[in-house]
Each structure stands twice: as C-alpha cells, then as structure tokens.
Design a protein around this ligand. Structure first.
Ligand SMILES: [Zn+2]
Length: 290
C-alpha cells in the first residue's frame, strides 16, 4: 500500500500595511500558505499548521473529510505562520502529536514570547490563539506512516534558520517549508548577503533529493507542485536578483522597482515591500563584478 500527498492552500490574508512607501490605495496581504497531508490507508501526517484560527478550522474540515487518523503534525520551522494554528488542530484531533526537530523547538518558543506575539498581533489581531502551543521535540529521525518514512531534513537557512524540509522518499515528494517559494514573492526581510548565499545552498539540498513533487510552504493557490525544477530555479533566480538589486539600489523604492520589473507576475507583492524596507541598511554596499 502506497501513501499519498494532498495539499491544502490557504489564500492570501488581508493585513494592515505598515511600510511607508507601500501604495496605501492597495490592500496589503500576507502570503498564501500551504499545509501538506501525507495519507496511508488509515493514518495521516500533517506538515505545518497555518496561522489563524479560521484558516486552521477550514484545514481541520478538509482533513476530517479524508477519514484518516491524524497521528502527527510536523512543523518545518519556528515561524508563527506555520504553527500558531496548532491549538485549533489539536482541539479537533486530540490524539495527534505536534512535533518538530529538537533544534527548532527553541525558535518556536521564541515566537511565543510577548514581543514576538505583539508583532503577530499587529497583523492578525484576535485571529489566533492567545497562547499558541509549541511543538515538542520529536523522538527518532523520521515519522512512520504505515511503514513509510516521512523524514525531516535540516537544510539550514531559508527565511529563517534553522529550517527543515520533509522528504517522503517512497513517493519522491518534498514538503519544502519556506525554502522553496512557488509563484509568490520570497520572504527576504530577515536576510543579508551571507544568509541569501546559505539559502541558495539549502535549495541545492532539496535539488539533491530529486523530488517529483515539491510543495512550497508559501505558494500561489494556482501554482503546481509537480515541476520541482522550475520551482527551485525560480526561487534561486529571485534570491540572486534580490541580492544584486540590494547592492545596486540606493533606496528601498529603487530596489522594489528593479525587482518588480522582472517579478511582477508573482503573488503577494507586499512581501517585497517589507523586504526592501527591512534591508535598507544594506543598500548599495557591495560592488558586484560581472
Ligand atoms: Zn512562512
């Protein structure tokens, strides 16, 4: 008996814009997010838990319709948009265990500090659990799904570090956390040149697994998961273009303009405005040769 991978995508969420050079006549949004469900004959393993109570409730209904026993929820990295939905999911599936790798647990704990929660609440007031549940350190190196291995792999840097992806070798599938982005702007706000180089190396780790399916943690709802090479290459191009534009731009607006010339078709443009504002101290610093 083989296993399957189903993907739930929660759409773009409206948020209040706080970036001064964002065109305030346009609605700012938070990236569309995915949750991946590996299913066997009877059991299921969920990768990532979304953010708001409303979207996590919709995810629970979707899982319930599969008629499987949810045994495990694995969290790919310590960002609230991937695990604040756990309270809702564990309410609905009290026998499931929420886990992550032991090295990721402290970063989840940091996300539920008063300061970090205040930041999340500024964007999503009263929209997620007051005291988000933090996943526990998982026992063993892989999650068993009816004899099939669901294996987390630490890849280092993505939009945060440490980040992991999840590999289901038996079906050549990877749930890519926030390492690969699909049809949507990459969250580069927390990076500098060195981190962007490390992020590129993390993409190479996914590439080395040679997946046939790659589910990006943030993807346009219409983007396909069955062309991993295109997803990886598009993410590489975006990160390299951003890195070059940072070194060649004098202002955040110039960085945005340069990036939008070649990446206008991507979803959630507000991500780029946030990144451009966040890296403003890095602008024009490095001379790029060739
Ligand atoms: Zn994320």
């Amino acid at each position: 008996m083989s296993i399957n991978l189903d993907v739930y995508v929660s759409p773009y969420k409206p948020i209040a814009a706080s970036i001064p050079f964002w065109d305030s006549s346009k609605q700012a949004t938070f990236p569309a997010s995915s949750a991946s469900l590996f299913t066997g004959e009877n059991e299921a393993v969920l990768i990532d838990a979304l953010l708001t109570t409303a979207e996590a409730s919709r995810l629970c209904e979707w899982i319930r319709a599969k008629n499987k026993e949810l045994t495990t929820i694995y969290i790919t990295h310590g960002h609230g948009d991937h695990f604040f939905g756990l309270n809702t999911i564990l309410d609905a599936f009290p026998d499931a265990k929420a886990v992550t790798l032991s090295e990721i647990v402290p970063f989840c704990e940091q996300q539920v500090s008063a300061a970090a929660l205040a930041q999340w609440n500024a964007s999503f007031p009263n929209q997620f659990a007051e005291h988000p549940i933090v996943p526990e350190a998982m026992q063993g190196a892989a999650i068993d799904l009816e004899g099939h291995e669901i294996r987390p792999i630490v890849v280092g840097q993505s939009d945060t570090a440490p980040s992991s992806v999840v590999h289901a070798r038996d079906i050549d599938a990877v749930a890519g956390g926030d390492v690969a982005y699909n049809g949507i702007h990459c969250w580069l706000a927390f990076t500098d040149h060195e981190k962007r180089e490390k992020w590129l190396a993390a993409l190479d780790i996914i590439d080395s697994l040679k997946p046939k399916l790659l589910v990006a943690g943030h993807k346009d709802p219409n983007a396909r998961d069955d062309d991993p090479q295109s997803i990886l290459n598009a993410t590489r191009t975006y990160i390299r273009d951003f890195d070059k534009a940072v070194s060649e731009s004098a202002t955040p607006q110039e960085l945005v303009d340069t990036m939008m010339r070649s990446h206008r078709e991507l979803g959630n443009p507000y991500t780029l405005w946030v990144a451009a504002d966040a890296v403003k101290d890095q602008l024009g610093r490095r001379t790029v040769s060739a």
